[in-house]
Design a binder for this molecule. Structure first.
Ligand code: ADP
Length: 464
């Protein structure tokens, strides 16, 4: 199959979140499965960073390219005015004011580029609102274009909270007929909604976990898109993201004090000792060490965690938190650390090396997200035999169960506290705990499996 992946960020060229990981890893797995795939993304300043490997070459005016994997061409849409900036979507003053110009330009340019390089795709796989206009253009401006006669589109939603909303006055910039500005198509309460356009016009819609694909069809999780998604429910699917096991592997991880595997799980405890030392917590192996690596945001459960933290700090445990985010959580946690310095250790920063140490050295990984499209933290922690404790939602519900972790299903601080108590009790039974660790380290969320599922989805789109 000939596939084009369109995303506004792709590892290793530009990244602000999980979308870039998916957009960088899925094509590699598809190539391994023998598919012909190219990527098209904006040519941001970061892409041309001289330290960037792999190198970028000019193809022609306004288009450059690079290669990843064995032979995957990554095309960059160049436009100095739009993309030669430090940020991807905004700066310290907030979102760039011309984001609709930028990403509608990108979307239209993709469809011209494919013709210019004569890449006639079976599938155009778009991601999030920034490329969601591509299916709209394909089914309107390019409707009669024979080049795209057999092309189908898929839109993957990584987080439905981000929809690309713009004032209606900007609609003429899209070069679309005003008749499309209606409630059933691109309008959302008087504004332009780019993601909604993608949801309406793509052949298939999917999200990054099966449970999240159901949740976004409800009022609670849909951010206003539930109605339109419900109408397309026969074409809404969920595929779990994979994990990059070349980075997250306790057997080879360069950041951790001692490598370990399922064959020598006791070596994990050298990492616990190391983490306690780094975090200036008492060196005790019999006290369960909880770890958090997260954005400090309500989405990640910090509203109930904030309410529960005082009680938690009175329990027989230790807690390491690494994260940045909302100021109110920074302040709240700083206060609590002052009160319980022997129980809780706090790092308000982004630190990849410390993150690895926390995944490896903790006994339990705390991830009580209020909603979670997929989530990586729980998958990483399982690989390091660190038992996840999660709220039953989205990708967390699809990867963690009573079999490999601790799950609560009422989003309340009381339930969080009770589940932490349960984990502390379970930790006391060393044999059972060891069995749990063995089970957890054996889980495999590989990109290969996810890529096979995407191929099935592509085939489904082709058959429509
Ligand atoms: P998100 O919604 O933030 O994308 P995920 O669980 O999908 O949540 O992925 C978050 C990733 O970012 C994980 O790999 C996690 O380890 C990493 N991460 C989050 N915060 C930090 C931090 N402060 N320092 C280092 N890594 C972090």
């Amino acid at each position: 199959m000939k596939i084009v992946l369109c995303a506004s960020e792709v590892v290793p060229f530009a990244k602000t979140g999980g979308l870039a990981d998916v957009a960088g890893a899925l094509p590699l797995a598809l190539e391994e499965l023998g598919e012909e795939i190219i990527i098209v993304m904006p040519g941001y300043k970061a892409v041309h960073n001289v330290h960037q490997c792999p190198s970028v070459h000019s193809l022609k005016e306004g288009i450059s390219y690079s290669i990843i994997g064995k032979n995957i061409r990554v095309y960059f849409i160049e436009n100095d005015n739009y993309f030669n900036r430090d940020g991807l979507y905004g700066d310290k003053n907030g979102d760039y004011k011309d984001n609709l110009d930028r990403f509608s330009y990108y979307s239209k340019r993709v469809l011209e580029l494919l013709k210019e390089i004569n890449f006639k795709p079976d599938i155009i796989h778009c991601h999030d609102w920034q490329s969601a206009l591509i299916p709209v253009y394909l089914k309107t401006l390019y409707k009669k274009n024979l080049f795209y006669k057999n092309t189908k589109t898929i839109l993957t939603i990584h987080n439905i909270g981000y929809q690309g909303l713009f004032p209606r006055e900007e609609f003429p910039k899209l070069d679309l007929d005003w008749s499309l500005f209606n409630m059933e198509m691109l309008e959302f309460y008087g504004k332009i909604n780019s993601l909604k356009g993608g949801i309406v016009f793509s052949d298939i819609i999917n999200t990054v976990s099966p449970t999240y694909s159901k949740e976004i069809q409800t009022k609670e999780f849909g951010f206003g898109m539930e109605g339109i998604l419900n109408r397309r429910k026969n074409n809404v699917f969920g595929i779990l993201n994979g994990l990059d096991y070349s980075i997250w592997n306790p057997e080879t991880d360069k950041f951790i004090a001692k490598n370990f595997s399922s064959l020598k799980l006791e070596d994990k405890y050298a990492n616990k000792k190391d983490l306690q030392k780094i975090c200036k917590l008492p060196s005790k192996l019999d006290v369960p060490l909880f770890g958090i690596v997260s954005r400090l945001a309500e989405q990640k459960g910090f509203d109930i965690l904030g309410g529960a933290i005082e009680t938690i700090c009175k329990m027989n445990l230790q807690l390491v938190i690494l994260g940045t985010g909302d100021l109110k959580y920074h302040l709240l946690l700083e206060e609590i650390v002052k009160k319980y310095p022997k129980i809780i250790s706090l790092y308000l920063k982004f630190d990849d090396s410390l993150a690895h140490k926390i995944y490896a050295g903790s006994d339990i990984f705390l991830m009580p997200s209020k909603y979670e499209p997929c989530g990586l933290g729980q998958m990483i922690s399982l690989r390091y035999a660190t038992i996840p404790l999660v709220f039953k939602t989205g990708g967390l519900a699809d990867t963690v169960s009573q079999d490999n972790g601790f799950v609560f299903d009422n989003y309340r601080k009381e339930d969080l506290i009770k589940t932490i108590e349960k984990a502390i009790q379970a930790f006391k039974n060393k044999n059972k705990w060891l069995k749990l660790m063995h089970k957890s380290i054996g889980y495999n969320f590989s990109w290969k499996e996810s890529a096979k599922k995407y191929l099935q989805l592509y085939a489904k789109a082709k058959a429509q």
